[in-house]
Design a protein around this ligand. Structure first.
Ligand code: NAG
Ligand code: NAG
Ligand code: NAG
Ligand code: NAG
Ligand code: NAG
Ligand code: NAG
Ligand code: NAG
Ligand code: NAG
Ligand code: NAG
Ligand code: NAG
Ligand code: NAG
Length: 590
């Protein structure tokens, strides 16, 4: 009897309470930021894992040249701050884990020993200048533990852990090549220069899933889907700067089957057209005061900062929303501060999204302006935020997915259709001025429709409707429209411009009705990832929700006549979807 009462209570509170929420805004806000990247450090947050995957899937048919990826310049952010040593490789690995997809890497060619080093000559200055004595203490730059080979094996370890349909994604390695030479009477200690790396291609060809200009010529970059799933490739090695001496003894042309080279590197005369990539790489300063979007053609585009003019959260976000992958190139007080930037690094979803909670976060008054005011407009002072109650880490134990050490763990948030997926309310996506936000499908909002024959033609139907009605309303227009979804950052800008002055949100064609946390385009689209789910981890990870499901089943028996609001809605939705059953195969690649 006591048990039944408890179940009764639990039953109402886990569902009913959630819907008629009376909590303070701050509690709702806590829920909203529950899976923030900062709390999940040093792993990818659950929300970002889902956001990055959705963004990848939505752009399946878009050229990889349009990717907008977060980046880091390893020299200032990792090596100069944290040391040229094996510990830094752990930090590199952490950056990979938390979803950094672009890296700038400086490589130094020692002309005398004909070896490639990770350590800059400035660090070896005292030795080069002749100050070397045999008892020199090499805490840094010791090639026995810190060398290009070990950096690549760190990368390969990450790649092999994420080579699955859920987590694979494109990456860019941007190389800056430098030469240095030492006077003939200077003997460099072997432990600093004997790297055994005499050929760059021999090293880079060992990278798993490396993209070669022979398979993927620079003038015809493939779509995301073709790259990742048809060709099964991921990592673009690109020479961003060639600062080798004119008289260098290294013949870079020997590496032409491995590397792409930036047109702006200037030294491309003898390179083939399939190697040469025209890229747009700008300093963030050039955007800061821009009122119009700099014209971005179908080139890879990046923006970087400097220590004298570091990214603010606002300029970082601006770079993303203009379609330029921001590359952080200033030292951070603490590497985990990068979480603040990464939280803003999807052009598609807004920060902290998509959340899987049992509350509808759009209940937070002025949520969009709050995020904008409190985060985007704040001068970046990571520690102030870190100490705020908003981001205490008390609920960490359930998080960590995406790029954990253990590949299988990646599937824990992809719980698929085991019928416990009714817990979460926010199954439909709305577009706001700061990106997509997950919300309840019952909400009444205007809808963005998209011309089926011209995908860049979006229009707004400014009638407030629930999600299902919104879908039919677009289709009903004149047969040429369907509910729309921005497929790239340009579509996103176009669609955002359609949001009426007096409204904050409009429906877009994205939902997770079929399976929680699996966001798909189209109403009848199944989650394409079921097959990846691994049972043993699945069971391990969802035990708490399984327990709840059992409790819920018991509660249902006890309260047969009652209906669980969420379940009721879900059934209603399922029914309506079935009624709606047109062949809507606009899905996500598997
Ligand atoms: C190397 O030679 C230069 C002059 O040619 C001299 O200035 C320098 O001190 C020498 N260094 C060593 C380590 O002998
Ligand atoms: C490079 O580092 C790895 C691992 O730290 C080590 O096993 C390897 O021997 C090093 N290579 C050289 C040439 O010292
Ligand atoms: C470097 O190359 C030399 C000669 O090829 C070899 O003797 C040595 O074992 C190599 N060192 C490492 C760490 O691979
Ligand atoms: C090669 O060029 C660099 C700088 O351009 C110069 O310092 C160096 O002495 C030159 N080396 C030779 C062997 O000419
Ligand atoms: C942008 O505006 C700021 C403040 O108005 C100014 O200090 C800065 O020089 C401007 N940057 C550029 C590139 O014009
Ligand atoms: C960096 O931040 C993390 C997490 O916020 C913290 O655990 C760590 O102690 C900090 N490191 C330093 C050097 O302050
Ligand atoms: C949102 O902003 C309003 C006005 O600035 C403020 O009163 C409210 O407390 C904020 N809500 C949250 C959850 O931060
Ligand atoms: C939360 O952070 C504190 C201090 O930063 C740390 O001692 C504690 O272990 C963390 N809790 C979890 C669950 O990680
Ligand atoms: C990841 O690996 C590190 C070191 O190998 C270990 O300490 C940590 O517990 C692992 N984390 C998970 C989630 O497996
Ligand atoms: C597609 O729609 C866009 C935006 O309305 C328009 O600029 C463009 O001309 C249209 N293209 C075609 C081929 O009609
Ligand atoms: C991509 O294009 C192909 C062929 O046009 C189509 O079958 C597929 O559904 C599209 N995928 C997405 C995600 O738009």
């Amino acid at each position: 009897m006591i048990l039944s009462f408890w179940l009764l209570f639990w039953y109402f509170c886990s569902t009913g309470c959630a819907i008629t929420i009376t909590a303070e805004n701050s509690e709702v806000w806590d829920e909203f930021t529950k899976y923030s990247q900062l709390k999940s450090w040093p792993y990818l947050s659950r929300a970002r894992a889902a956001a990055i995957r959705t963004q990848r899937d939505v752009t399946a048919n878009v050229s990889v040249a349009y990717s907008v990826t977060p980046g880091v310049d390893l020299t200032p952010v990792v090596f100069e701050s944290l040391g040229y040593n094996a510990d830094s490789l752990n930090d590199f690995r952490t950056l990979l884990n938390v979803g950094v997809q672009t890296f700038i890497l400086d490589l130094y060619y020692h002309e005398n020993s004909k070896a490639w080093l990770l350590c800059p000559p400035e660090r070896l200055e005292s030795i080069i200048g002749g100050g070397y004595t045999s008892d020199y203490d090499f805490t840094e730059c010791d090639v026995a533990t810190f060398n290009l080979t070990s950096l690549i094996s760190t990368l390969n370890n990450f790649l092999s852990n994420t080579n699955n349909n859920l987590n694979t994604n494109v990456m860019f390695l941007l190389l800056k090549l430098h030469s240095f030479s030492t006077a003939p009477n200077v003997t460099m200690p072997a432990s600093l220069v004997n790297t055994n790396v005499t050929s760059l291609s021999a090293q880079f060809d060992t990278i798993d899933k490396i993209v070669s200009p022979l398979t993927v010529p620079s003038f015809n970059l493939p779509t995301m889907n073709d790259l990742l799933f048809r060709l099964g490739l991921r990592v673009f090695p690109i020479i961003l700067e060639n600062n080798l001496y004119d008289n260098t003894s290294y013949n870079l042309l020997d590496d032409q089957f491995t590397f792409f080279i930036s047109l702006k590197s200037g030294k491309t005369d003898q390179w083939d057209s399939y190697n040469i990539l025209d890229m747009d790489v700008y300093h963030i300063e050039e955007f800061e005061n821009a009122t119009t979007i700099p014209l971005r053609t179908q080139h890879l585009a990046f923006a970087y900062d400097t220590s004298t003019r570091p990214f603010s959260l606002k300029s970082y976000r601006k770079s993303i929303s203009l379609g330029y992958g921001p590359i952080i190139s200033h030292a951070l007080d603490n590497l985990s501060d990068i979480s603040w930037f990464l939280e803003l690094s999807c052009w598609s979803w807004s920060p902290y999204q998509p959340t899987s909670t049992d509350i509808d976060e759009l209940q937070i008054p002025q949520i969009v302006s709050n995020i904008s005011d409190y985060i985007l407009n704040a001068p970046f002072t990571g520690h102030i935020f870190q100490h705020s109650d908003m981001f205490d880490n008390s609920s960490l134990n359930f998080i960590d997915s995406g790029t954990n050490n253990d590949t299988d763990d990646n599937n824990n948030e992809n719980n698929d259709d085991n019928n416990e997926d009714d817990e979460y309310l926010n199954r439909c996506a709305a577009l706001s001025k700061i990106g997509w936000i997950a919300t309840t499908c019952d909400r009444k909002l205007p809808v963005v429709c998209q011309n089926l024959r011209n995908v860049s033609d979006f229009m707004l139907l400014d009638v407030e409707m629930d999600y299902m009605r919104a879908v039919s309303a677009c289709k009903a227009m004149d047969g040429r429209y369907d509910i729309g979804v921005p497929r790239n950052v340009y579509d996103q800008i176009t669609a955002m411009d359609l949001i009426p002055e007096d409204k904050e949100f409009v429906w877009i064609n994205l939902n997770s009705l079929a399976s929680e946390n699996c966001w798909v385009v189209g109403l009848n689209t199944n989650c394409p990832y079921q097959l990846v789910t691994s049972t043993h981890v699945f069971v391990k990870m969802i035990t708490p929700s399984t327990t709840m499901a059992v409790a819920l089943a018991v509660a249902l028996i006890i309260l047969q006549s009652q209906r669980v609001p969420v379940h009721k809605n879900r059934r209603a939705w399922k029914r309506r979807i079935d009624e709606f059953s047109k062949n809507d195969i606009d899905g996500v690649p598997a």
